[in-house]
Every structure is written in C-alpha cells, then in structure tokens.
Design a protein around this ligand. Sequence first.
Ligand SMILES: Cc1ncc(COP(=O)(O)O)c(C=O)c1O
Length: 386
Amino acid sequence: MNPIRSQFILNPDITHLNHGSFGACPIPIFNDYQKWQLELEKNTFNFFVKQGPVLLEKSRVALGNFIGCDKDDVVFTMNPSYALNIVIKDFGLKAGDEILATDIEYGAMDRTWNHYCKKAGAKYVRQHISLPVTSKEQIIEEFFQGLTSKTKAIFISHITSTTALRLPIEEICKRAQAEGLITIVDGAHVPGHIDLNLQELDADIYTGACHKWLLTPKGSSFLYVKKEFQPFDPLLISWGFESDMPSESQFIDHHQLQGTRDYSAFLTIPAALQFREDNNWNQVAADCRKLAQANYERFAEVTGGTILCPISDDFLGQMCSLSINCPDPVALQELLYNKYRIEIPVMPHDDKVFIRYSINGYHTQQDLDTLFEALEEIKATSNMLG
Ligand SMILES: Cc1ncc(COP(=O)(O)O)c(C=O)c1O
C-alpha cells in the first residue's frame, strides 16, 4: 500500500477519487485542528479575545508567505462561496454593467453573480469556451470575444470545477488589466495543487480553498483583495465594523470578526504547510499529476467519452474530467458508489455530463484500475454510458 495512505483519515473501504470536491485531511493536520478546538473550549475568553487575533495573524502570515501576498491583504473565510459573496454583493454593480465570465464556472458562483447582476440591472456574461480546448490561445481568444464597452470586470476560474481545466489565468489577467478591467479569479482548487504567487499573478481579487488541496480540515478558505479595492462590506456586520479599536487594516477588521465562531480550521495552515514540507509534497504533487495524466486517454476509450484538453501541465493538475454520454448522471454516480465502492463525481453542466477523477498522495495506479474495471463492466452491461 502507498505509505502516505495511512496518514489519511479516509474510509479504507472506499476508492476515493473525489479529492476535488471536499479535500481530505491527514491525521497530523486533523490532530492540530482538534488541539485548537480543545484550547478554545478550555479557556474561551482568552482564546477568542486575546490569543485568537494573534494566532489568526500568524496563520495569515504563513498563508501569505505560501501564496505570495501581504498578511493584511488576505482574510480567512469558511469557503470560496463566502469569499466571493463578499465581493459580489458589494461590487457596486450598476445598470448596464457587464461581468465577463466563461460558461465553465462553478454553478454556485454563476448563481451569485446572476442574482446581484439582476438586482442591479447588470449582465453576467457566460462566454462560451469550446471543448475540448486545443490551446491557450484558443481559450484567450474565445474568452475575450465576450468583451464589450460595458464590461467592468472579468470573473474566471484558475482551475475549473466540472471540467477540471487549468485556464491561462496569467495571460488573461494581463490582457484584462490592459483593457482597464478588474480581475477576479476563482482559485478554489489552486492552493496546494499548483503553484500560486499572487504578487506575480497580480489579479485584483482572488479566492482559494485550503481544505481541498492544502489538506486542512473543512471550513478553511481565503479572500485576497488588493489594497486599492479593500475593504468591501462584511457579509456579517460585527465588532470589526466601525471598530472601537481599529487595527491597521480595515479589511481585516471587517472580515475577521464575525461573531462567535470556531476558527480552528484557519489555525491549521502552519501545520498543513509543515505536513507538505515533511512529506516532500511538491514531488508528491508532481507524481500525482503524472499518474492522473497518464491514465486520461484510457478513460476516454473505456467510457466512449472525450478528454477535454491536450495532456500537459499547461491544462491539467491532479484532476482529469471527461465529457461522457450519460443519460442519468445521478444513477451512474450512485452505481459506482453502491456497487463498486468508488466515490467519484458525475456532474451535469449545461447540456453535458462530466466524470472527474482526482489524484492525491494517497493514491496508486490500483485506484484508477479499480475505476477502469468498474466503467468497463458498466459499459458492457448497461446503457448508462451511452
Ligand atoms: C471552481 C470552484 N469555485 C468555487 C467553489 C466553491 O466552493 P464552496 O462551495 O465550498 O464554497 C468550488 C467548489 O468546489 C469550485 O470548484
């Protein structure tokens, strides 16, 4: 068995190929999480009022060093949806404004933009990206076909959800900024998955989840906002709003104090970074990308589906998604789980269906073989795969 596997809490009876949705937390990081929860319960006042802000700052420093930003330009949020709701709700949308996005964004974010755009009389533009993508240039070209004189900002995933594509964000942000647009990047899948340096990327607003590929417990994500666009109204008004004791950063004051809440998951960032170092995670991640990519075409053959991009680190990380002909995605996902004990998402997106596998340090080729054999049998014995 893969020796890293024993460090993860995952149920050993399930072939878990869905790291992308909710991550998976290794035992040492989970122990750190519980240590903070215990500290909190032992001495609530001291923890919340005195120790808490200091510990949160330490965690922001550690995260900032990892993703290349100042500790006061990044706040913790429960998840990327929360982070982007802060931004979208208080974005100052006006009638006629347009937000340029792709048609392969995360559904919850589409809903959020649609809601606030509708309220303001603005327009959320889901620009079509042809699949399979063939080159970075094709993506960039198609994306900017949606640009008009009314476009105020772009919103785009760094790694997409259902299609698991790494988009050429660096080039897209540069071009958008040259057009005078605000750049908002949904990097939910990025921290701990592929390299991220916010200073180099220079996006104006960026969110990422730490509980996916950085391996923290659930409820640990962040919102980064460049100083000139801070502070944004908090989603929840608390003591940090019009604070009696303001810190140097109104952005931190607004979003860090959110009433009483358990922020232990935020405090595990240093332990998560230590875990990466202790286990040579850059190499682990590189091996995982290789394993994921080496199997990609094989799954197209067995499912009769289509791969979505050229097989290269330019377009893929540790997740691969296939477009499949599947009349009932819910039934296929349930069958894979109930009969074959394989956890893998089968997701409809507009008029297509995608099946996406994720590879992390706890996997071996055997896990993908298990999936392959299950799909082979399903294809031969049912009409679930077109
Ligand atoms: C691209 C993308 N954006 C945003 C999110 C939001 O995550 P959550 O629902 O946890 O806020 C996800 C979740 O998987 C995602 O894949």
